[in-house]
Design a protein around this ligand. Structure first.
Ligand code: NDP
Ligand code: 8X3
Length: 252
């Protein structure tokens, strides 16, 4: 049976990816800070799809926690086939001068350092198993910079750069590295970004049909199930109404 590790599985893309892979019979290691949500999801998926789910509740920003949870995985969970580095967030959409430095720290610590810590803990298993696939969730913000996107865009550009370097440096170990860069998708992302201002969050998705978390899950599944000699390296996906970070066609 195959095993996938998904960070940020309590909501949005991570949760949908967990559902998609469980439905296909994959065992899942699911992570996130919200322990109760994680445990409810684990119980639901294991009973619905008859797969094993290991919920691990920790904060990817805390290096010691990442090491504690991922470096001492039970033997039966050490054969991981795929790591999805998905946990991440945006905080605020103010111009550089008005943005909160604490928000910058949180985004850098989560989106960049968290991804690095988790990768560093899992890659040795891939090297030992002579097989593995890292899927990093970037963003269209990894490709363009938009006003008010400053540090969020910088963190996603970093995800793009890290994905490229992982791909080069893990080539000899036969480890696939795929970066998936979605455009606007309606999840809890904007509720988090606008700090609970749900009207502002909802307005982001008015006038067009954005991506749904399941769309990203389907693409992750597609990239994961290609023949061994095929790797999607870099994939930008948006809803049909969106061209890039700047152009979205909204109906009145
Ligand atoms: P959600 O807010 O719905 O989900 C984010 C997930 O990340 C949650 O499960 C959350 O879990 C987890 N997470 C956040 N911070 C931490 C942390 N410090 N430690 C552990 N887990 C954490 O957003 P999305 O599903 O939309 O976002 C998933 C990824 O996709 C992010 O990297 C985001 O930047 C990216 N993305 C989102 C797009 C969108 O428009 N929605 C578009 C392009 C990329 P918990 O709070 O329980 O810890
Ligand atoms: C999330 C999409 O457009 O808010 O990464 O940057 S966007």
């Amino acid at each position: 049976m195959n095993t996938i590790l998904i960070t940020g599985a309590t909501s949005g893309f991570g949760k949908a990816i967990a559902e998609r892979f469980s439905a296909e019979g994959w065992n899942c290691i699911l992570t996130g800070r919200r322990k109760e949500r994680l445990e409810i999801l684990a119980a639901e998926l294991s009973s619905k799809y008859n797969v094993k789910i290991l919920p691990l509740s920790f904060d990817v920003r805390h290096r010691e926690e990442v090491v504690q949870y991922l470096s001492s995985l039970p033997e039966e969970w050490q054969q991981i086939d795929i790591l999805v580095n998905n946990a991440g967030l945006a905080l605020g959409r103010e111009n550089f001068n008005d943005a909160e430095i604490d928000d910058w720290d949180t985004m850098i610590d989560t989106n960049i350092k968290g991804l690095l810590y988790v990768s560093k803990a899992i890659i040795p298993h891939f090297i030992k198993n002579k097989k593995g696939h890292i899927i990093n969730i970037g963003s269209t913000a990894a490709k363009d910079i938009y006003p008010g996107g400053n540090v969020y865009c910088a963190t996603k550009h970093a995800v793009d750069a890290i994905s490229q370097s992982q791909r080069i440096e893990l080539l000899a170990d036969k480890i696939k590295v795929t970066a998936i860069h979605p455009g606007a998708a309606e999840t809890e992302f904007s509720n988090v970004r606008f700090k609970g201002n749900n009207a502002k969050a909802d307005a982001v998705y008015e006038g067009y049909e954005p991506l749904h978390a399941e769309d990203i899950a389907n693409v992750v599944y597609y990239c994961s199930t290609l023949p061994e000699h095929v790797c999607i390296n870099d994939l930008v996906m948006t809803c049909t109404a969106q061209a890039n970070s700047f152009y979205t066609h909204k109906e009145e």
